[in-house]
Design a protein around this ligand. Structure first.
Ligand SMILES: O=C(O)CCC(=O)C(=O)O
Length: 269
């Protein structure tokens, strides 16, 4: 990859707090990822191991937003997607990291039909990540396993919101994006602009842990398939006495850092 392209992407990421990069994963890797996603949703685990206990379980309402925690434990195809060298390389190029480690993964399947309850409310990821020190370099690579368009409920980002600091207002499960936005804007006094991350299958968006984002309904004809892969660089630290931090939905998010299957290191300089 030409150095000018890398520098332009990095400048965009630093300026906006997110960037979209198409064509990261080869087609066959995407195909195996889609097969893995369908299998995990059906409760079929080719690794012999289930994902972590999740808000959505096989057999649950297929018209609801499906969120499955750590699905790569249950599927070789999904493990291949999150550890693909192109993903690690890109993450390092954008963040300047010497080391990149995956520390949590979420499968997000937004069914078509535009039903209520399938929005993702505005939030900053760091409001959920108090197990890490505030300055920790944490970010998300959101991998599209289907063509993501505005109609399919693309992730919406607020450019520049990563410079607002931790506002600590927002809710992943909030459904009224308009109301949330008004309240957050009142609190910050900052101008609000939204950009939809339109991404062809195999592409990714990368966003900073402080960038506000959310998403609306999927009114397209097919499911919106993605993995939100939460990563850290060497410039990150678990808070002292992490056991005193309230668990995130009953889960200790940093319990697997020494386990290379749960939390693989996907880049080293
Ligand atoms: O998939 C979405 O709509 C939102 C994902 C998200 O919140 C994240 O990747 O941090």
């Amino acid at each position: 990859m030409a150095t000018e392209v890398i520098s332009a992407r990095r400048a965009r990421y630093e300026e906006d707090g997110f960037c979209v990069v198409p064509g990261v994963l080869p087609e066959d890797v995407v195909r195996r990822g889609v097969e893995g996603m369908d299998a995990v949703r059906a409760g079929i685990y080719d690794t012999g191991r289930p994902p972590i206990d999740s808000p959505w379980k096989p057999g649950d309402d297929p018209t609801k937003l499906c969120k499955i925690e750590m699905p790569h434990l249950a599927s070789r195809g999904l493990f291949e997607v999150i550890t693909h060298p192109a993903v690690g390389r890109l993450a390092a190029e954008l963040t300047g990291a010497e080391m990149v480690q995956v520390w949590w993964v979420q499968l997000l399947y937004k069914p078509p039909g535009g039903r209520s309850g399938t929005n993702v409310g505005w939030h900053q990821d760091k409001q959920y990540w108090k197990c890490w020190t505030p300055d920790s370099r944490l970010f998300t690579v959101w991998i599209a396993l289907s063509d993501v368009t505005e109609r399919s409920g693309a992730v919406l980002f607020v450019p520049g919101s990563h410079r607002w600091g931790l506002i600590d207002e927002g809710d992943f499960y909030g459904q009224s994006l308009e109301q949330q936005k008004e309240s957050i804007s009142r609190r910050t006094g900052c101008a609000w602009r939204e950009v939809a991350a339109v991404i062809p299958a195999g592409g990714v968006s990368v966003h900073d842990g402080l960038t506000y984002h959310g998403s609306g309904p999927n009114t397209s004809d097919g499911p919106r398939r993605s993995l939100a892969v939460h990563m850290r660089t060497e410039r990150s630290e678990v808070v002292p006495n992490v056991e005193r931090i309230p668990l995130e939905h009953g889960r200790n998010l940093v319990q697997f850092l020494d386990d290379p299957v749960c939390n693989p290191v996907i880049y080293r300089a």
